[in-house]
Design a protein around this ligand. Sequence first.
Ligand code: HEM
Ligand SMILES: [Cu+2]
Length: 542
Amino acid sequence: MSSAEVAIEPRIHYLNVDYGIKSWLLTTDHKRIAWLYLMAITFFFTIGGVAATLMRLNLLEPQGLLLEPETYNKLFSIHGIIMVFFFLVPSIPAVLGNFLLPMMLGARDVAFPRLNLLSWYIFMTGGSLMVYAVVAGGVDTGWTFYTPLSSLYLNTHVMAAAGGVFIAGFSSILTGLNFVVTIHKMRAPGLTWFRLPLFVWSMYAASIIFIIGTPVVAISLALMGIERFFHVGIFDPALGGDPVLFQHLFWFYSHPAVYVMILPSMGVISELIPTFSKKKIFGYHFVAFSSIAIAAIGFLVWGHHMFVSGQSVYAGLVFSALSMAVAIPSAIKVFNWTATLYKGSISYEAPMLYALGFIGLFTIGGLTGLYLASMGLDQHVHDTYFVIAHFHYIMVGGAVMGYLGGIHYWWPKMTGRLYPDGWARVAAIIIFVGFNLTFFPQFILGYLGMPRRYAVYPAEFHTLNVVSTAGASILGLGYIIPLIYLAWSARYGPIAGPNPWKSTGLEWTTSSPPITHNFEETPVVTEEPYGYDRLAEGIPVA
Ligand code: HEM
Ligand SMILES: [Cu+2]
């Protein structure tokens, strides 16, 4: 028995308060809803992952190993759509956000618990439509649904897939609204804005993007459908429309959406770094405001996806400059995390390994983003593997690392149980190594000119593609290991106690797993967060 374990005592908590499938499907407890989302997105991640695996296998040979080009097109479309809209966007907000937000605020639940459950059903309806599109024969527009391909030419299941994304969008909007109201209205006595954990700030920023951005992508997909079915000229020049308009509308949401994917992850990292270096976060206000700055500037940079689409040079210049400006608040966070680590008493538990991995990979992703924001270089690497590598460094290297770090960190709170720490560390290292082996060669491939979205490629790119596929197998293994030991831990793991990491957050002051309404009595907050300097005086543990 490790020191973090405590003796078993039978008691009622949110997991055993009710049994049976119905008690889950009709629950309004934000913690149970978090589990519903966790199940759903794990399922979607598996589909997206299988598609990625098949693609990488195909790219083992220059002429393609096993897939028809049409099948390849469908796979990258399915992969992109599912990973972005049905896994990464909901991952941290809907799972960790739902589970933690009320607890971090000292609240009993979110502001609108029924709306919260409804959001999950809306998400599942969109997801089912997406799965239908896949089963019925797939879609091959790519995840961006660019017109005129999607509106005029294709006969695949574009409308089912786009409809799925459209519907799922409402789940994001409602979750965002729910979170904003919850943060404004449900804070415990004494919990002022600047005593909020940084994870809450990041959820706030992400919620704003959900509310402002998602309707725009929903509208653009709806317009696409209207053009397809009723031949109204919106994007088709023959009918008086403008095909580039779709790109403007699409990226107006989808660039900020990238920040919906990364901001929550940054919020998780801002919790992990102080906990495992036992130090107060350096520059709390800067980290908090940089989340808001990222959300705000994020709406002004969509044109960097369109440098080669024929927008004016002046527009390009402005978008280029603004894109570089987003790097500033992002860099502020990296500096502040690093400064927090400096002279901390660091312990390398699994969540911390993910956090450190995040910092390294996100930095590479962010710096290569600056390359892409320079119009001259983007001309050269546009739609090559350089771009694929860049956004996977952000979305997988950054966002997924943060998600996994967060799941490991809060797992004892969610389940009341510990997982085997050795396995967890090994998996984190395997994921880090596998990830770099998969995606780093793609920077070189792209720079050398290998285009994205091709099922076949010239023989000169063979070696680097073999390395990348080998890396993907390691990465795949790395993702499977946590699935196994976490499932084991949920049932058989040693009992964790309320605060196994000796953290300071409010969520750790309640029992693990928490009772249905989180706290026996509403907590009163009297101090700033991250008071690890008080640690000497002793934080209540277990
Ligand atoms: C949450 C994680 C991930 C997200 C959000 C994501 C997102 C995307 C997106 C948006 C695309 C572009 C699809 C398109 O061009 O329409 C893509 C392509 C691709 N991804 Fe991922 N991806 C993720 C994880 C992975 C993983 C783990 C692997 C490899 C093991 C992978 C391998 C690929 C490959 C091979 C392509 C196709 C490149 C091409 O032919 O253009 N992805 N991904
Ligand atoms: Cu962008």
